[in-house]
Write a protein that binds this ligand. Structure first.
Ligand code: MN
Length: 130
């Protein structure tokens, strides 16, 4: 298997650059989409191993994009990690209700980010082998 492919759906370029740095340092290939619409398209086309999903975005937000991904047979198995400054308990619940497989708050804690991404990728590979 090649490098795991991670799709980052994020409308803020500073946030994207940080996430890309962390992902590439960990040895993953990084793909980029600037909003939920591009993210849904890129997920179907590229079949990434993991999606990091910002929640507040123009065009189509991360909650709605995740709902669409999880309703689609071609993309519903791809884990989605919500990445957001929304830290109220209600926002977390909304992300999980939309189908997100995990949740991480911004500003990022680098150690927990690395661990969570690795765990979701491991889980996704284990599920594929079942
Ligand atoms: Mn945003």
């Amino acid at each position: 298997m090649g490098k795991p492919k991670v799709l980052v759906v994020e409308d803020n370029m500073d946030n994207f650059e940080l996430v890309r740095f962390l992902l590439e340092r960990a040895g993953y290939e990084t793909l980029f989409a600037a909003n939920g619409i591009e993210g849904v398209e890129a997920a179907g086309r590229e079949q990434p191993d993991l999606i990091l999903m910002d929640l507040s975005m123009p065009e189509l937000d991360g909650w709605r994009a995740t709902t669409i991904l999880k309703a689609n047979e071609a993309t519903r198995r791809i884990p989605v990690l919500a990445l957001t400054a929304h830290t109220l308990p209600g926002d977390r619940k909304r992300a999980i209700d939309a189908g997100c497989d995990g949740y991480i708050s911004k500003p990022l804690n680098v150690a927990s980010f690395d661990k969570l991404v690795a765990a979701l990728l491991r889980q996704a590979r284990a599920d594929l082998q079942e």
